[in-house]
Design a protein around this ligand. Structure first.
Ligand SMILES: Nc1nc2c(ncn2[C@@H]2O[C@H](COP(=O)(O)OP(=O)(O)OP(=O)(O)O)[C@@H](O)[C@H]2O)c(=O)[nH]1
Length: 372
């Protein structure tokens, strides 16, 4: 259950990494789109407008050469178009995030151009009456044309420069912002990953502690506490399902002599071998435990006394044939066993006491036997 929860945490974390990456991808795309969009329209209009001063000079030159209807019409069209372009640029600039101080001088110059256009209009209106240019009108047209062309060319070129600089600043800023967002995101993911890793380690440590607290250190078998836990659950299951439950209590015979004759470490080795033998003889569903010293127990769920006796007999034979560590080769090892089955409405204490009494009887009757 806990493993599932821990796996769920990791799956959740990976999902979050995915969501963060998707969000970051979306942010990058949007940032690129917005950075480009803000100035692109303005630059496009400005590039178009920059054609106007050249066109004005060309048309005026042609008009001064031959003041015919075509050139007059071209000039009229320019006089109509130039204010529209200026107004368009003015709107763009006022809506932009540029500081007004940066573009105001150029806008003022363009406003001046707008204010001079009616004068130009009046002069060509006079010319249009008879398609004739007096020397005075010619001089006026030339001077006014040059003045407007220079003012337009200068303003547009300075604005163009300004937009390029602003666009470059914006790109640099977005670059830094993107880097900051990426670093923050990474830090967030690393921090969350670290916390998850810590939780995972804590969980593992708790599992290890729990395992150790329920395990006999020498043999690796379940300890008394674990057997009691398992017995409690087995009684509940047995009662619910109406199945029998048996217990074997096993005590090595004259184990003290082995310790005394060959030393405590060899005695430990014998205990470990005996533990492995019990595990080999019992079923997977049986709970094999070391109760302490040289006393062991096997809890047999779903088993009656006959099955427990059969297991006890198998163990008696196996122990007699169990090879002992080389120095104790000559010594024989036997075990006494008390066998009991839980009665109706019984509890583990009663079952244990009965098995213990029978173990005592087996000892009293000469050892190397099972009673029950
Ligand atoms: N090597 C080793 N010996 C242990 C351990 N725990 C208990 N013993 C020894 O087990 C022996 C038990 O001795 P007794 O209670 O007299 O029992 P016994 O000699 O087996 O005699 P019976 O049970 O009457 O057949 C003692 O010598 C304990 O020191 C252990 O973890 N390792």
């Amino acid at each position: 259950m806990r493993r599932v929860r821990s796996r769920g945490l990791w799956v959740g974390y990976l999902l979050m990494v995915g969501v963060c990456l998707a969000a970051f991808g979306f942010y990058l795309t949007e940032a690129r789109r917005l950075v480009g969009a803000n100035y692109t329209a303005m630059v496009t209009d400005l590039v178009r407008a920059q054609e106007d001063p050249d066109r004005l000079r060309l048309v005026l030159d042609s008009l001064l050469d031959s003041p015919d209807r075509i050139h007059l019409a071209q000039l009229n069209e320019l006089i109509w178009r130039i204010p529209l372009r200026i107004q368009g640029l003015r709107n763009h600039l006022l809506r932009s995030d540029l500081a007004p101080a940066r573009y105001t001088p150029y806008l003022e110059e363009l406003t001046y151009v707008e204010s001079r256009l009616p004068t130009l209009e009046q002069v060509i209106a006079r010319v249009g009456i008879d398609n004739q240019l007096t020397p005075e009108e010619g001089r006026q047209l030339r001077e006014l044309g040059m003045e407007l062309e220079e003012a337009l060319a200068w303003s547009y070129s300075e604005l163009n420069e300004l937009l390029h600089r602003a666009s470059a600043d914006q790109r640099r800023f977005m670059g830094r912002l993107t880097l900051a967002v990426a670093v923050l995101l990474l830090m967030l993911l690393v921090a969350i990953g670290g916390v998850l890793l810590m939780l995972h380690r804590l969980h593992d440590q708790r599992e290890t502690m729990r395992h150790l607290s329920l395990t006999d250190q020498l043999t690796g078998l379940n300890n008394r506490r674990r057997l009691l836990q398992e017995a409690g659950q087995a009684f509940v299951r047995g009662e619910r399902q109406g199945t029998p439950l048996a217990l074997l209590l096993l005590d090595l015979d004259h184990f003290k002599q082995i310790n005394d004759a060959y030393g405590h470490p060899l005695g430990d080795e014998v205990l470990i071998r005996f533990a492995r033998l019990l595990e080999a003889c019992a079923r997977r569903m049986d709970v094999v435990a070391r109760m302490g010293g040289e006393e062991f127990a096997i809890l047999m769920p779903d088993s009656d006394i006959a099955a427990a006796r059969r297991l006890a007999e198998r163990i008696l034979h196996a122990v007699r044939d169990m090879p002992l560590p080389s120095r104790a080769h000559a010594a024989g090892l036997t075990v006494s066993i008390g066998v009991a089955e839980a009665g109706e409405n019984g509890d583990f204490e009663r079952l244990y006491a009965q098995a213990d009494r029978r173990l005592y009887r087996a000892k009293a009757q000469g050892r190397d036997r099972a009673e029950g």
